[in-house]
Structure formats: C-alpha cells, structure tokens
Design a protein around this ligand. Structure first.
Ligand SMILES: *Cc1c(COP(=O)(O)O)cnc(C)c1O
Length: 431
C-alpha cells in the first residue's frame, strides 16, 4: 500500500499542529504507524490522498450512522448553506431538531443545543450543581465524557475514591470534585453516597460504555443507579453522546427502559457537523438563562447548517426497519469475526450492543475497566495494521468502538470477515 503522500502530509501537519492532529487519537499514537490523510468518503468507504480505499468502521467516531456523504444530508446542508451560514438569532430549524429529540427521548421535555459533547457535559454538570445545591459528581472509571476539566480524572485506590488529575493542567481542587467508581458496580455507588453524604449532585455515566471499548450494563445496573439517585435526591445523568439514536432511536434509556434526569447528546444529532445537546425535565432545564440563573451561551450554538444535517439524519432514522437493519449487519459481523478467530485459534471476546462493537484480544467476559485493561493491546495494534493494509479502517486504539452504518452492505461485512480471517491467521503464525 502506497502512503507517500500521507507521510508527507503528516510531516507538514506536525510542523504547525501539535502531534499533527486536532484530536489525539487520530495520530495513531495507540497503534503506531502513519495516520492516513483522508480526501473523501462515500457510503461505507473512505479514500486517502494516495488513492487507497478503506471500508470505514470509525465513521467519524460515531456520527455517520447513515454512512459518508448521504444524499439526504448533503442536500439539506447545501440548501441551508445557500441561505446563509449563521445569524445569531433564532431559526425554526433549531426548534425542529429540539422537537425530534424530545419525541425520541421521553425523559427530555426541553433541550439546549451546543457545539460539542464536551460543551454539553460541562453545561449539564453546572446545571446539576445548581439544581441540587451540591458540588460533587460521581463518574465511572473508563467512561469518557469529553475533555471537561473535572471529569478528566483517574481513580485512586479503593472502591469509591476521589479523582486525581488525569491530565496536566487540571487543578487538584477540580479533580477533587469528582468521585470515581468502577463501572457496573452499583455497590460502589452506594458506598460513595454514604462516604460523601449530602455532597453528591449527580452521577454521570455512559449507559452503555463506548469509550473503554463497548461494555454493556450488567443485569439491573442502570435500574440500581436510578434507585440510588432517587433515594439520595441526586440527579442521574446519562451521557448518550454515542448511544443516542445509535442503539435505538431513544438511546440506552429506550433500550433498557430507564429514565435519566439529564441526557447528553452529540455525534449522531449533528449528522457529521459539530453539535451537542443536553436536556431533561422543564423544571431542571428552566434554571438556564434567560429564565433562570444558570448561565450558558454560544455564538454558534444551534448553527443552521449543523441543525439541517442533524434533522436530515434523524428523519432518515425515523423510517421503519432502520434499527433492525443495523442490528442484522452488526450481528453478522460479530458472528463472522468470532468464527474467523476461532478457526484461526486466536482468542477474542466481542462486546456488542446494536451497531456498536469492540473486539478485545482477551479470554472471558469484559465488564469494567479493569477487565478492559487486561486485554492485549499489542495484539490489537498488529491486527489493526493487518486490517488497514487489507483495506479495512478500524479504530486506531484497542479501547474504542467500531461502528456499523446503514451504508455498510452485506458485501462489505463479508469482505471484512474474510480479511479478518486472514489477519487472525497471520497473528497466530507470528504468535
Ligand atoms: C465523544 C463523546 C463525548 C465528547 O463529545 P465531543 O463532541 O467530542 O466533545 C462525550 N461523551 C461521550 C460518551 C462521547 O463518546
């Protein structure tokens, strides 16, 4: 595979952009090798500047559930562009997108649009603190909620521990606002509420974890979180930036039948444009300015172009049978990959919920971050490069989700399984 142009482009980029990228994981730092510079996407495929074609399972890290360059989305965007890029005054499109979100998420009566998932999370935490009059937030080890200061934390030792800064530049006092517990462990959450009685504003959680690789909630974990929050007058925040409109129209809360107090959305609701959102009951949301005293604003929030892309995407997802199709494709991929690995004698474990899945090079169940951390990263990196050379673009990190889109055909899936079979063989030979 010829990659001279990408190599050249990366050198140029590194001279003027830290690490050559505007978001770290794009640099392939976790798997090594040369990131490919992309010029276009169409359907399930992306194309790099050297003319190589790949079946894409990153899909811009989740937003592109319809695949690349979907006609409906592109024409909605083109139409909107021709009417002007931004006004800083209300537009009806914003209301339309808000209506579509509220219809799909019964727990959301009102919603604010912002520009990214990170911004939505940051604002939702501010709102939760204002609503409860408390300071501390519980989060789970291995869950990611954007690069919000006090959530970029790592756990100390113990079941429920105060966070330590997980990045330079975050003050200890910020990190100390956060209590970290293991995912899928409701007892740890109970202990945290006992230890910090009367201080906890909210628990924020990915209802299906996607940022340590896919890790589904176990048993009645989400129902337990709901109960604990109710018992303690704290808010339950579901970060559905990945799962919203992905695993069901109404996200994890629809699939598992649990209502959150605040819901965070992003990715799919922008259809590939920068959008985030947070919403919940009116009683909570009406604390926001101009009605209430919680300030949050944005020059480009609810941008007309972004909103048009989001509406076109969600309208497509409202069609009958769409989620069934996603489930079928992703299920075939899961089964095919497991069979191929078994034939090659390579041990893998796959976690999948709907069209999001992760291949772990591990033996046995993966139920929390501790399990995830035991998987073989080095083996994944070799698998990643074998697949990339075979024309399959997987996430450049062992601990991310693959996404199947509506544009992935059964030929794409079968081709991927066949390539995976060869790659697993290769892994077994090289040990
Ligand atoms: C991607 C993501 C975010 C952050 O969204 P950005 O738009 O990248 O800021 C937050 N939470 C979850 C669960 C995500 O997957």
């Amino acid at each position: 595979m010829d990659c001279v142009k990408s190599a050249d482009a990366f050198e140029r980029a590194k001279a003027v952009i830290p690490g050559g990228v505007n978001s770290p994981v794009r640099s392939f730092y976790a798997v090594g090798g040369l990131p490919r510079f992309i010029v276009k996407g169409k359907g399930s495929k992306i194309y790099d500047i050297d003319g190589n074609e790949y079946i894409d399972y990153v899909c811009s890290w989740g937003p592109l559930i319809l695949g690349h360059c979907d006609e409906r989305v592109i024409s909605a965007v083109a139409k909107s562009v021709n009417g002007g890029l931004t006004f800083g005054a209300p537009t009806e499109g914003e209301t339309k997108l808000a209506e579509l979100i509220c219809e799909s998420f019964p727990s959301v009566e009102k919603v604010r649009l912002v520009n990214s998932g990170t911004e939505a999370v940051m604002s939702a935490l501010r709102l939760a603190r204002a609503y409860t009059g408390r300071e501390k937030i519980i989060k789970c080890a291995g869950c990611y909620h954007g690069h919000v200061d006090n959530l970029l934390v790592q756990a100390g030792s113990g079941l429920a521990s105060l966070g330590l800064p997980g990045s330079k530049g975050i003050s200890v006092s910020q990190a100390n606002q956060t209590v970290v517990v293991p995912y899928n462990d409701s007892q740890a959450v109970r202990s945290a509420f006992e230890k910090f009685a009367g201080q906890i504003a909210a628990i924020i959680v990915e209802p299906v974890a996607g940022n340590m690789g896919v890790v589904p909630p176990k048993g009645d974990y989400l129902a337990e979180l709901r109960r604990i929050c109710d018992d303690n007058d704290a808010l339950l925040i579901f970060d559905e930036v990945i799962t919203g409109f992905r695993i069901a129209r109404g996200g994890a809360q629809e699939l598992f039948g649990i209502r959150s107090d605040i819901t965070i959305l992003g990715k799919i609701i922008g259809g590939g444009m920068p959008v985030g959102a947070y919403g919940g009951r009116s009683e909570i949301m009406d604390l926001l300015a101009p009605l209430g005293q919680v300030y949050q604003a944005g020059t480009l929030s609810g941008n007309p172009i972004a909103v048009a892309a989001g509406i076109a995407t969600i309208e497509k997802l409202n069609e009958q049978g769409v989620y069934n199709r996603l489930e079928k494709s992703a299920q075939r991929l899961e089964v095919g990959l497991l069979e191929a690995a078994e034939r090659a004698g390579v041990k893998i474990s796959i976690n999948r919920v709907g069209s999001m899945l992760t291949i772990f090079f591990a033996d046995g169940k993966i139920e929390n971050y501790e399990d995830v951390a035991k998987a073989d990263k080095e083996k994944y990196s070799r698998f990643f490069h074998l697949m990339l050379d075979g024309g399959i673009y997987l996430p450049p990190s062992a601990f991310e989700s693959m996404f199947v889109s509506l544009a992935h055909s059964s030929e794409d899936i079968e081709f991927t399984i066949e390539r995976a079979g060869k790659s697993f063989e290769q892994l077994r030979i090289t040990g």
